[in-house]
Design a protein around this ligand. Structure first.
Ligand SMILES: [Zn+2]
Length: 141
């Protein structure tokens, strides 16, 4: 038995620059986003300047990790061979309490069980020794 079957085959994020910093926090089990130190606006995806006030000053601020399902699309045909065994699956836009949104996955939740506004919280999945992805799970209310 080889370990080949366990090797993560899906595309990985580019780990350079600000994106690499974002995933570096994920690896430490912390979901952090940029927050402008000029006006307090949160932002994602990472970028150098605040879209609200233009300030170049910011910090990595820790998110509560709590949010809700904003919207999703169901992928019926794999766009990359490594997703062939997953279809149909939902690519879900999560809106965090801080207001930022990111595309992720709600684990253990088939597309038909998704609902707009469904409360979720972050979970971290180590997909390779270097890369940890933020995913979300349903929160029972
Ligand atoms: Zn700002």
């Amino acid at each position: 038995m080889t370990q080949t079957a366990n090797v993560y085959q899906k595309p990985l994020p580019a780990m350079g620059g600000l994106t690499g910093e974002f995933y570096g926090w994920c690896k430490r089990r912390e979901l952090r986003f940029q927050r402008c130190t000029g006006c307090g606006s949160w932002r994602h995806v990472p970028r150098e300047q605040c879209a609200a006030c233009g300030s170049p000053s910011w910090e990595w601020a820790r998110s509560s990790g709590r949010g809700s399902v904003f919207t999703w699309t169901v992928v019926a045909r794999a766009m990359h061979p490594s997703f062939q065994d997953d279809v149909p699956y939902a690519a879900v836009v999560i809106e965090l309490e801080e207001g930022v949104r990111l595309v992720s996955e709600v684990v253990h939740c088939p597309p038909e069980a998704l609902d707009i506004g469904m409360p979720v919280e972050v979970v971290f999945e180590d997909v390779t020794p270097e890369v940890t992805l933020p995913k979300f799970r349903r929160v029972q209310t």
